[in-house]
Design a protein around this ligand. Structure first.
Ligand code: BES
Ligand code: MG
Ligand code: ZN
Length: 504
Protein backbone atom coordinates (compact mmCIF):
# COMPACT_ATOMS: atom_id res chain seq x y z
CA UNK A 1 0.00 0.00 0.00
CA UNK A 2 1.33 3.33 -1.11
CA UNK A 3 0.67 6.31 1.17
CA UNK A 4 1.25 9.89 0.12
CA UNK A 5 0.07 13.31 1.19
CA UNK A 6 -1.42 15.84 -1.21
CA UNK A 7 -1.69 19.54 -0.56
CA UNK A 8 -3.97 22.24 -2.04
CA UNK A 9 -6.74 19.67 -2.48
CA UNK A 10 -10.25 21.04 -2.78
CA UNK A 11 -12.88 18.58 -3.97
CA UNK A 12 -11.53 16.86 -7.03
CA UNK A 13 -9.68 13.68 -6.25
CA UNK A 14 -9.03 10.64 -8.36
CA UNK A 15 -9.51 8.11 -5.61
CA UNK A 16 -12.25 5.50 -5.72
CA UNK A 17 -13.63 6.69 -2.42
CA UNK A 18 -13.13 9.80 -0.31
CA UNK A 19 -13.25 9.52 3.45
CA UNK A 20 -14.40 12.48 5.51
CA UNK A 21 -14.62 12.65 9.28
CA UNK A 22 -17.70 13.93 11.05
CA UNK A 23 -17.73 15.12 14.63
CA UNK A 24 -20.91 15.04 16.63
CA UNK A 25 -22.85 17.95 18.00
CA UNK A 26 -25.49 17.75 20.68
CA UNK A 27 -28.29 20.27 20.78
CA UNK A 28 -31.26 20.45 23.12
CA UNK A 29 -34.67 21.19 21.77
CA UNK A 30 -36.94 21.70 24.73
CA UNK A 31 -36.26 18.66 26.89
CA UNK A 32 -34.99 16.54 24.04
CA UNK A 33 -31.32 16.18 23.26
CA UNK A 34 -30.57 15.83 19.58
CA UNK A 35 -27.39 14.54 18.07
CA UNK A 36 -26.20 15.41 14.60
CA UNK A 37 -23.11 15.23 12.46
CA UNK A 38 -21.04 18.36 11.99
CA UNK A 39 -20.35 18.72 8.30
CA UNK A 40 -19.01 22.27 8.21
CA UNK A 41 -15.43 21.04 7.79
CA UNK A 42 -16.35 19.23 4.56
CA UNK A 43 -15.96 20.71 1.08
CA UNK A 44 -19.12 22.81 0.32
CA UNK A 45 -20.31 20.54 -2.49
CA UNK A 46 -20.34 17.49 -0.20
CA UNK A 47 -22.27 19.41 2.41
CA UNK A 48 -24.94 20.35 -0.10
CA UNK A 49 -25.31 16.81 -1.43
CA UNK A 50 -25.39 15.41 2.09
CA UNK A 51 -28.12 17.87 3.12
CA UNK A 52 -30.21 16.93 0.10
CA UNK A 53 -29.93 13.25 1.04
CA UNK A 54 -30.40 13.91 4.67
CA UNK A 55 -33.63 12.06 5.13
CA UNK A 56 -34.26 8.65 6.48
CA UNK A 57 -30.77 7.85 7.73
CA UNK A 58 -29.46 7.87 11.25
CA UNK A 59 -25.92 9.10 10.77
CA UNK A 60 -25.20 11.48 13.63
CA UNK A 61 -21.40 11.43 13.87
CA UNK A 62 -21.27 8.89 16.71
CA UNK A 63 -17.93 7.15 16.99
CA UNK A 64 -18.04 3.92 14.99
CA UNK A 65 -20.88 5.00 12.67
CA UNK A 66 -20.44 5.48 8.97
CA UNK A 67 -22.55 6.71 6.05
CA UNK A 68 -21.72 6.77 2.38
CA UNK A 69 -23.23 8.73 -0.49
CA UNK A 70 -22.42 9.53 -4.08
CA UNK A 71 -21.16 12.86 -5.24
CA UNK A 72 -20.45 13.48 -8.89
CA UNK A 73 -19.86 9.79 -9.61
CA UNK A 74 -17.58 9.35 -6.63
CA UNK A 75 -18.32 7.65 -3.34
CA UNK A 76 -17.99 9.72 -0.19
CA UNK A 77 -17.64 7.79 3.04
CA UNK A 78 -18.38 9.76 6.19
CA UNK A 79 -17.03 8.26 9.40
CA UNK A 80 -18.31 9.27 12.82
CA UNK A 81 -15.68 10.54 15.27
CA UNK A 82 -17.87 11.41 18.25
CA UNK A 83 -17.59 14.75 20.04
CA UNK A 84 -14.57 16.76 18.96
CA UNK A 85 -13.44 17.48 22.51
CA UNK A 86 -13.37 13.74 23.22
CA UNK A 87 -11.45 12.59 20.16
CA UNK A 88 -7.98 11.52 21.24
CA UNK A 89 -5.13 9.83 19.37
CA UNK A 90 -6.39 6.33 20.00
CA UNK A 91 -9.91 7.27 18.90
CA UNK A 92 -8.56 8.43 15.55
CA UNK A 93 -6.35 5.33 15.15
CA UNK A 94 -9.39 3.13 15.78
CA UNK A 95 -11.70 5.08 13.47
CA UNK A 96 -9.17 4.84 10.62
CA UNK A 97 -8.52 1.16 11.33
CA UNK A 98 -12.21 0.26 11.24
CA UNK A 99 -12.72 2.28 8.07
CA UNK A 100 -9.76 0.60 6.36
CA UNK A 101 -10.87 -2.89 7.30
CA UNK A 102 -14.30 -2.25 5.81
CA UNK A 103 -12.74 -1.16 2.49
CA UNK A 104 -9.33 -2.65 1.77
CA UNK A 105 -10.54 -5.89 0.28
CA UNK A 106 -12.86 -4.23 -2.20
CA UNK A 107 -11.45 -0.81 -3.05
CA UNK A 108 -8.17 -0.05 -4.80
CA UNK A 109 -7.67 3.62 -3.87
CA UNK A 110 -8.80 5.78 -0.99
CA UNK A 111 -8.50 9.52 -0.38
CA UNK A 112 -8.68 10.67 3.23
CA UNK A 113 -9.64 14.27 3.91
CA UNK A 114 -7.41 15.13 6.89
CA UNK A 115 -8.97 18.56 7.45
CA UNK A 116 -12.20 16.91 8.57
CA UNK A 117 -10.63 14.85 11.34
CA UNK A 118 -8.07 17.06 13.06
CA UNK A 119 -6.97 16.02 16.55
CA UNK A 120 -5.05 18.08 19.11
CA UNK A 121 -1.67 18.69 17.53
CA UNK A 122 -3.20 19.75 14.23
CA UNK A 123 -2.43 18.54 10.75
CA UNK A 124 1.02 17.15 11.60
CA UNK A 125 -0.19 14.90 14.42
CA UNK A 126 -3.29 13.91 12.47
CA UNK A 127 -1.21 12.91 9.44
CA UNK A 128 1.08 10.89 11.72
CA UNK A 129 -1.73 9.00 13.44
CA UNK A 130 -3.69 8.30 10.27
CA UNK A 131 -0.60 6.93 8.53
CA UNK A 132 0.41 4.86 11.54
CA UNK A 133 -3.04 3.31 11.78
CA UNK A 134 -3.22 2.59 8.03
CA UNK A 135 0.11 0.75 7.96
CA UNK A 136 -0.57 -1.18 11.16
CA UNK A 137 -4.08 -2.17 10.08
CA UNK A 138 -3.22 -3.15 6.53
CA UNK A 139 -0.88 -5.84 7.88
CA UNK A 140 -2.06 -9.30 7.01
CA UNK A 141 0.19 -12.28 7.54
CA UNK A 142 -0.55 -14.28 4.44
CA UNK A 143 2.97 -15.43 3.72
CA UNK A 144 2.10 -19.04 4.36
CA UNK A 145 -1.18 -19.21 2.45
CA UNK A 146 -1.19 -20.36 -1.15
CA UNK A 147 -4.28 -18.29 -1.94
CA UNK A 148 -3.50 -14.79 -3.17
CA UNK A 149 -3.47 -11.86 -0.76
CA UNK A 150 -7.10 -10.70 -0.41
CA UNK A 151 -6.17 -7.02 -0.07
CA UNK A 152 -7.09 -5.02 -3.15
CA UNK A 153 -6.11 -1.59 -1.85
CA UNK A 154 -3.09 -0.16 -3.63
CA UNK A 155 -2.86 3.41 -2.51
CA UNK A 156 -4.10 5.96 -0.03
CA UNK A 157 -3.70 9.71 -0.40
CA UNK A 158 -4.00 11.95 2.62
CA UNK A 159 -5.58 15.12 1.36
CA UNK A 160 -5.57 18.62 2.78
CA UNK A 161 -6.34 22.09 1.56
CA UNK A 162 -3.16 23.31 3.28
CA UNK A 163 -0.56 24.69 0.88
CA UNK A 164 2.49 22.57 0.25
CA UNK A 165 4.78 25.28 1.58
CA UNK A 166 3.00 25.08 4.96
CA UNK A 167 2.83 21.31 5.00
CA UNK A 168 6.48 20.30 5.39
CA UNK A 169 5.98 18.97 8.90
CA UNK A 170 2.94 16.93 7.94
CA UNK A 171 4.88 15.41 5.07
CA UNK A 172 7.72 14.47 7.43
CA UNK A 173 5.17 13.03 9.89
CA UNK A 174 3.84 10.65 7.22
CA UNK A 175 7.37 9.53 6.48
CA UNK A 176 8.20 8.94 10.17
CA UNK A 177 4.97 7.07 10.83
CA UNK A 178 5.71 4.72 7.93
CA UNK A 179 9.18 3.99 9.31
CA UNK A 180 7.83 3.11 12.74
CA UNK A 181 4.76 1.16 11.60
CA UNK A 182 6.75 -0.80 9.01
CA UNK A 183 9.12 -1.82 11.78
CA UNK A 184 6.17 -2.92 13.94
CA UNK A 185 5.00 -5.04 11.01
CA UNK A 186 8.45 -6.60 10.68
CA UNK A 187 8.25 -7.53 14.37
CA UNK A 188 4.92 -9.23 13.64
CA UNK A 189 6.37 -11.10 10.66
CA UNK A 190 9.24 -12.43 12.75
CA UNK A 191 6.90 -13.56 15.53
CA UNK A 192 4.59 -15.24 13.03
CA UNK A 193 7.40 -17.15 11.31
CA UNK A 194 7.15 -20.88 12.18
CA UNK A 195 9.99 -22.51 14.11
CA UNK A 196 10.96 -24.86 11.30
CA UNK A 197 11.77 -21.78 9.25
CA UNK A 198 12.95 -19.32 11.88
CA UNK A 199 15.59 -20.89 14.14
CA UNK A 200 18.58 -19.23 15.75
CA UNK A 201 20.81 -19.54 12.69
CA UNK A 202 18.27 -18.32 10.12
CA UNK A 203 16.96 -15.65 12.51
CA UNK A 204 20.41 -14.11 12.93
CA UNK A 205 20.90 -14.16 9.15
CA UNK A 206 17.55 -12.50 8.64
CA UNK A 207 18.40 -9.68 11.04
CA UNK A 208 21.80 -9.21 9.44
CA UNK A 209 20.23 -9.06 5.97
CA UNK A 210 17.65 -6.51 7.11
CA UNK A 211 20.36 -4.31 8.64
CA UNK A 212 22.47 -4.50 5.48
CA UNK A 213 19.51 -3.72 3.27
CA UNK A 214 17.76 -0.98 5.21
CA UNK A 215 19.94 0.58 7.90
CA UNK A 216 22.87 2.94 7.89
CA UNK A 217 25.51 3.51 10.59
CA UNK A 218 24.88 0.07 12.15
CA UNK A 219 27.61 -2.43 12.97
CA UNK A 220 26.71 -6.11 13.21
CA UNK A 221 28.56 -8.66 15.30
CA UNK A 222 27.28 -12.23 15.63
CA UNK A 223 28.55 -14.56 18.34
CA UNK A 224 28.19 -18.33 17.92
CA UNK A 225 28.89 -21.26 20.21
CA UNK A 226 32.70 -20.92 20.36
CA UNK A 227 32.34 -17.22 21.25
CA UNK A 228 29.68 -17.90 23.89
CA UNK A 229 32.02 -20.52 25.40
CA UNK A 230 34.82 -17.98 25.44
CA UNK A 231 32.47 -15.55 27.16
CA UNK A 232 31.69 -18.29 29.71
CA UNK A 233 27.94 -17.92 29.13
CA UNK A 234 27.11 -21.13 30.99
CA UNK A 235 23.42 -20.31 31.40
CA UNK A 236 22.81 -19.42 27.76
CA UNK A 237 24.71 -22.53 26.58
CA UNK A 238 22.74 -24.81 28.92
CA UNK A 239 19.51 -23.76 27.19
CA UNK A 240 21.00 -24.45 23.78
CA UNK A 241 22.46 -27.83 24.70
CA UNK A 242 19.73 -29.95 23.07
CA UNK A 243 19.20 -27.76 20.04
CA UNK A 244 19.69 -28.76 16.45
CA UNK A 245 20.93 -25.22 15.85
CA UNK A 246 23.89 -23.18 16.98
CA UNK A 247 23.11 -20.41 19.46
CA UNK A 248 23.41 -16.86 18.24
CA UNK A 249 24.00 -13.64 20.10
CA UNK A 250 23.39 -10.80 17.65
CA UNK A 251 25.04 -7.57 18.76
CA UNK A 252 24.07 -4.43 16.83
CA UNK A 253 25.54 -1.00 17.37
CA UNK A 254 24.07 2.23 16.01
CA UNK A 255 26.13 5.37 16.24
CA UNK A 256 24.28 8.58 15.39
CA UNK A 257 25.84 10.95 12.86
CA UNK A 258 26.41 13.68 15.43
CA UNK A 259 27.87 12.00 18.48
CA UNK A 260 29.11 14.20 21.31
CA UNK A 261 30.16 13.46 24.86
CA UNK A 262 26.58 14.17 25.91
CA UNK A 263 25.11 11.55 23.57
CA UNK A 264 23.28 8.95 25.62
CA UNK A 265 23.90 5.23 25.14
CA UNK A 266 20.94 2.88 25.53
CA UNK A 267 21.17 -0.89 25.35
CA UNK A 268 18.31 -3.18 24.37
CA UNK A 269 18.30 -6.88 25.24
CA UNK A 270 15.75 -9.32 23.80
CA UNK A 271 14.74 -12.91 24.52
CA UNK A 272 14.98 -14.81 21.25
CA UNK A 273 13.70 -18.32 21.97
CA UNK A 274 12.65 -19.46 18.51
CA UNK A 275 10.78 -22.30 20.19
CA UNK A 276 10.25 -23.19 23.83
CA UNK A 277 9.33 -26.84 24.39
CA UNK A 278 10.21 -26.54 28.06
CA UNK A 279 13.13 -28.97 27.74
CA UNK A 280 13.07 -31.91 30.21
CA UNK A 281 10.50 -29.88 32.18
CA UNK A 282 8.40 -30.44 29.10
CA UNK A 283 5.37 -28.25 28.48
CA UNK A 284 2.02 -30.04 28.12
CA UNK A 285 0.97 -30.09 24.43
CA UNK A 286 -1.61 -27.33 24.76
CA UNK A 287 0.84 -24.95 26.42
CA UNK A 288 3.52 -25.72 23.87
CA UNK A 289 1.47 -24.51 20.92
CA UNK A 290 2.43 -20.99 19.92
CA UNK A 291 5.82 -21.17 21.65
CA UNK A 292 7.31 -19.99 18.36
CA UNK A 293 6.39 -16.55 19.72
CA UNK A 294 8.97 -16.92 22.49
CA UNK A 295 11.36 -14.81 20.42
CA UNK A 296 8.92 -11.89 20.61
CA UNK A 297 11.09 -9.87 22.99
CA UNK A 298 14.02 -9.91 20.58
CA UNK A 299 11.76 -9.02 17.64
CA UNK A 300 10.32 -6.13 19.68
CA UNK A 301 13.66 -4.60 20.62
CA UNK A 302 15.04 -5.14 17.13
CA UNK A 303 12.02 -3.41 15.57
CA UNK A 304 12.35 -0.45 17.95
CA UNK A 305 16.09 -0.26 17.23
CA UNK A 306 15.39 -0.39 13.49
CA UNK A 307 12.78 2.38 13.65
CA UNK A 308 15.12 4.57 15.72
CA UNK A 309 17.90 4.10 13.18
CA UNK A 310 15.56 4.93 10.28
CA UNK A 311 14.45 8.05 12.17
CA UNK A 312 18.13 8.89 12.75
CA UNK A 313 17.52 9.56 16.44
CA UNK A 314 20.47 11.21 18.18
CA UNK A 315 21.09 8.33 20.61
CA UNK A 316 23.71 5.62 20.60
CA UNK A 317 21.90 2.29 20.71
CA UNK A 318 23.24 -1.20 21.29
CA UNK A 319 20.92 -4.09 20.66
CA UNK A 320 21.56 -7.63 21.92
CA UNK A 321 19.42 -10.53 20.73
CA UNK A 322 19.90 -13.89 22.47
CA UNK A 323 18.78 -16.63 20.10
CA UNK A 324 18.28 -20.35 20.59
CA UNK A 325 15.44 -22.81 20.99
CA UNK A 326 14.72 -24.87 24.10
CA UNK A 327 14.62 -28.48 22.94
CA UNK A 328 14.92 -31.97 24.38
CA UNK A 329 17.32 -34.70 23.34
CA UNK A 330 19.98 -36.77 25.06
CA UNK A 331 22.14 -33.65 25.41
CA UNK A 332 19.43 -31.62 27.12
CA UNK A 333 20.12 -30.01 30.49
CA UNK A 334 18.80 -32.08 33.40
CA UNK A 335 16.77 -30.35 36.06
CA UNK A 336 19.05 -30.19 39.14
CA UNK A 337 21.99 -29.14 36.98
CA UNK A 338 24.15 -26.34 38.36
CA UNK A 339 25.74 -24.02 35.83
CA UNK A 340 28.00 -21.00 36.12
CA UNK A 341 26.78 -17.75 34.61
CA UNK A 342 28.97 -15.33 32.69
CA UNK A 343 29.28 -13.11 35.76
CA UNK A 344 30.52 -16.05 37.87
CA UNK A 345 27.31 -16.74 39.83
CA UNK A 346 26.25 -20.36 40.13
CA UNK A 347 22.68 -21.25 39.25
CA UNK A 348 20.73 -24.36 40.10
CA UNK A 349 18.35 -25.15 37.24
CA UNK A 350 15.30 -26.64 38.92
CA UNK A 351 13.04 -26.19 35.92
CA UNK A 352 14.35 -26.19 32.36
CA UNK A 353 11.21 -24.35 31.26
CA UNK A 354 12.38 -21.23 33.11
CA UNK A 355 14.93 -20.83 30.32
CA UNK A 356 14.40 -17.25 29.17
CA UNK A 357 15.98 -15.81 32.31
CA UNK A 358 19.03 -18.04 31.77
CA UNK A 359 19.62 -16.65 28.29
CA UNK A 360 18.79 -13.07 29.31
CA UNK A 361 20.98 -13.20 32.42
CA UNK A 362 24.13 -13.90 30.43
CA UNK A 363 23.20 -11.36 27.76
CA UNK A 364 22.46 -8.69 30.40
CA UNK A 365 25.90 -9.30 31.87
CA UNK A 366 27.47 -8.97 28.41
CA UNK A 367 25.56 -5.73 27.71
CA UNK A 368 26.59 -4.34 31.11
CA UNK A 369 30.27 -4.46 30.09
CA UNK A 370 29.60 -1.51 27.76
CA UNK A 371 28.34 0.55 30.71
CA UNK A 372 25.35 2.05 28.84
CA UNK A 373 23.22 4.76 30.49
CA UNK A 374 20.36 2.27 30.63
CA UNK A 375 19.52 -1.31 29.68
CA UNK A 376 16.00 -2.27 28.72
CA UNK A 377 15.12 -5.89 28.09
CA UNK A 378 11.95 -7.33 26.58
CA UNK A 379 10.86 -10.92 26.91
CA UNK A 380 7.92 -13.31 26.76
CA UNK A 381 9.18 -14.39 30.14
CA UNK A 382 6.36 -15.69 32.33
CA UNK A 383 2.93 -17.24 32.02
CA UNK A 384 2.31 -15.57 35.38
CA UNK A 385 2.30 -12.20 33.62
CA UNK A 386 -0.88 -13.25 31.80
CA UNK A 387 -2.48 -14.13 35.12
CA UNK A 388 -1.48 -10.79 36.64
CA UNK A 389 -2.01 -8.38 33.77
CA UNK A 390 -4.02 -10.19 31.13
CA UNK A 391 -3.23 -10.19 27.45
CA UNK A 392 -3.49 -6.41 27.07
CA UNK A 393 -0.95 -5.04 29.54
CA UNK A 394 2.84 -5.20 29.50
CA UNK A 395 4.61 -5.88 32.81
CA UNK A 396 7.27 -3.36 33.84
CA UNK A 397 9.96 -3.97 36.44
CA UNK A 398 13.41 -2.55 37.10
CA UNK A 399 15.89 -0.94 39.45
CA UNK A 400 15.50 2.74 38.53
CA UNK A 401 12.38 4.80 39.20
CA UNK A 402 13.28 7.49 36.66
CA UNK A 403 13.76 4.97 33.88
CA UNK A 404 10.46 3.27 34.71
CA UNK A 405 8.71 6.66 34.79
CA UNK A 406 10.04 7.46 31.35
CA UNK A 407 8.82 4.13 29.99
CA UNK A 408 5.40 4.71 31.54
CA UNK A 409 5.22 8.14 29.93
CA UNK A 410 6.29 6.73 26.58
CA UNK A 411 3.62 4.03 26.81
CA UNK A 412 0.99 6.64 27.62
CA UNK A 413 2.05 8.82 24.70
CA UNK A 414 1.60 5.90 22.30
CA UNK A 415 -1.55 4.50 23.94
CA UNK A 416 0.05 1.21 24.90
CA UNK A 417 -0.69 -0.31 28.32
CA UNK A 418 2.11 -0.89 30.81
CA UNK A 419 1.97 -1.56 34.55
CA UNK A 420 4.63 -1.80 37.20
CA UNK A 421 5.23 -4.76 39.48
CA UNK A 422 7.56 -4.46 42.47
CA UNK A 423 10.76 -6.40 43.10
CA UNK A 424 10.78 -6.92 46.87
CA UNK A 425 13.58 -8.31 49.03
CA UNK A 426 11.52 -11.38 49.94
CA UNK A 427 11.36 -12.33 46.25
CA UNK A 428 15.08 -11.78 45.81
CA UNK A 429 15.60 -14.14 48.74
CA UNK A 430 13.16 -16.63 47.26
CA UNK A 431 15.43 -16.99 44.22
CA UNK A 432 18.43 -18.03 46.35
CA UNK A 433 19.39 -21.70 46.24
CA UNK A 434 20.39 -23.66 49.32
CA UNK A 435 23.26 -25.18 47.39
CA UNK A 436 24.19 -22.64 44.65
CA UNK A 437 24.04 -18.83 44.54
CA UNK A 438 20.67 -18.79 42.79
CA UNK A 439 17.93 -21.09 41.58
CA UNK A 440 16.01 -20.42 38.40
CA UNK A 441 12.48 -20.71 39.86
CA UNK A 442 10.96 -19.46 43.09
CA UNK A 443 10.17 -21.74 46.01
CA UNK A 444 6.49 -20.92 45.81
CA UNK A 445 4.65 -20.53 42.54
CA UNK A 446 3.27 -17.08 43.39
CA UNK A 447 4.56 -13.75 42.14
CA UNK A 448 6.30 -15.46 39.24
CA UNK A 449 6.65 -12.43 36.98
CA UNK A 450 8.53 -10.23 39.45
CA UNK A 451 10.51 -13.18 40.83
CA UNK A 452 11.84 -13.73 37.32
CA UNK A 453 12.83 -10.04 37.33
CA UNK A 454 14.46 -10.50 40.75
CA UNK A 455 16.54 -13.26 39.14
CA UNK A 456 17.53 -11.09 36.16
CA UNK A 457 18.59 -8.24 38.44
CA UNK A 458 21.56 -10.37 39.56
CA UNK A 459 23.12 -10.08 36.11
CA UNK A 460 22.83 -6.33 35.60
CA UNK A 461 26.15 -4.59 36.20
CA UNK A 462 26.62 -2.56 39.38
CA UNK A 463 25.11 0.94 39.12
CA UNK A 464 23.45 0.43 35.74
CA UNK A 465 19.83 1.54 35.27
CA UNK A 466 17.76 -1.36 34.08
CA UNK A 467 14.15 -2.03 33.15
CA UNK A 468 12.48 -5.27 32.19
CA UNK A 469 9.38 -5.60 30.01
CA UNK A 470 7.43 -8.85 30.27
CA UNK A 471 5.45 -9.06 27.02
CA UNK A 472 4.19 -12.64 27.52
CA UNK A 473 0.60 -11.34 27.40
CA UNK A 474 0.69 -8.41 25.00
CA UNK A 475 3.17 -9.89 22.51
CA UNK A 476 0.45 -11.42 20.41
CA UNK A 477 -3.27 -11.70 19.65
CA UNK A 478 -4.57 -8.23 20.50
CA UNK A 479 -8.17 -8.84 19.48
CA UNK A 480 -9.36 -5.66 21.24
CA UNK A 481 -7.37 -3.39 18.91
CA UNK A 482 -8.68 -2.90 15.37
CA UNK A 483 -5.19 -1.99 14.12
CA UNK A 484 -3.67 -5.20 15.50
CA UNK A 485 -4.17 -8.71 14.16
CA UNK A 486 -6.50 -10.69 16.42
CA UNK A 487 -4.16 -13.67 16.08
CA UNK A 488 -0.37 -13.66 15.85
CA UNK A 489 2.39 -11.20 16.66
CA UNK A 490 1.18 -7.79 17.84
CA UNK A 491 4.30 -5.63 17.81
CA UNK A 492 3.00 -3.99 21.00
CA UNK A 493 5.76 -2.09 22.86
CA UNK A 494 7.72 -1.28 19.72
CA UNK A 495 6.09 2.16 19.56
CA UNK A 496 6.61 2.68 23.29
CA UNK A 497 10.31 1.91 22.98
CA UNK A 498 10.73 4.25 20.01
CA UNK A 499 8.94 6.99 21.96
CA UNK A 500 11.23 6.32 24.92
CA UNK A 501 14.30 6.68 22.70
CA UNK A 502 12.97 10.04 21.52
CA UNK A 503 12.79 11.19 25.16
CA UNK A 504 16.32 10.13 26.13
N1 BES B 1 8.08 -18.69 27.43
C1 BES B 1 7.56 -19.05 28.67
C2 BES B 1 6.60 -18.00 29.24
C3 BES B 1 5.21 -18.00 28.66
C4 BES B 1 4.28 -18.94 29.04
C5 BES B 1 4.83 -17.00 27.80
C6 BES B 1 2.99 -18.90 28.53
C7 BES B 1 3.54 -16.95 27.30
C8 BES B 1 2.62 -17.91 27.66
C9 BES B 1 8.69 -19.22 29.69
O1 BES B 1 9.87 -19.69 29.18
C10 BES B 1 8.22 -20.22 30.68
O2 BES B 1 8.03 -21.35 30.30
N2 BES B 1 8.04 -19.80 31.92
C11 BES B 1 7.55 -20.65 32.94
C12 BES B 1 8.29 -20.31 34.20
C13 BES B 1 8.03 -21.26 35.33
C14 BES B 1 8.61 -22.60 35.03
C15 BES B 1 8.64 -20.68 36.58
C16 BES B 1 6.05 -20.39 33.09
O3 BES B 1 5.63 -19.24 33.00
O4 BES B 1 5.32 -21.35 33.26
MG1 MG C 1 9.93 -21.82 29.18
ZN1 ZN D 1 10.26 -19.29 27.21
Amino acid sequence: MDISIQFNVTTASEQEIIVVGAFQKKTTKGKKEEKSAITSTWPKEYQITYKELNTGHHFDGSAGQSYSFDFDGQRILAIGLGEKSKLNDEGLRKAIANMLKSQHKTVSSIGINLDTMLVKGGLERTAYLVTESLVLTNYLCHDYKTAPNPIKLEGVTLETKTKKSAGKKAEAAVDSAIKVADSVNLCRDLVNAPPNELHSESYAKRIEADVKKNLKRVKVKILGKPELKKEKMGMFLSVNSASNYQPRLVHLTYTPAKKTKNTKHIAFVGKGLTFDSGGYSLKPSKSMVNMKFDMGGSATVYAAFRAAVLLELPVQISCFLGMTDNAVNNQATYPDSIVTARNGKTVEILNTDAEGRLVLGDVLSYASDLKPNAIIDAATLTGACLVALGTEVCGLMGNDEKLKDKLEKAAKATDEYIWQLPIIQEWRDDMKSPIADLQNIGKSGFGGTAKAAAFLENFVGEGISWAHLDIAGCGDSQSHLPYCPSKGGSGIMVRTLVEYLKSV
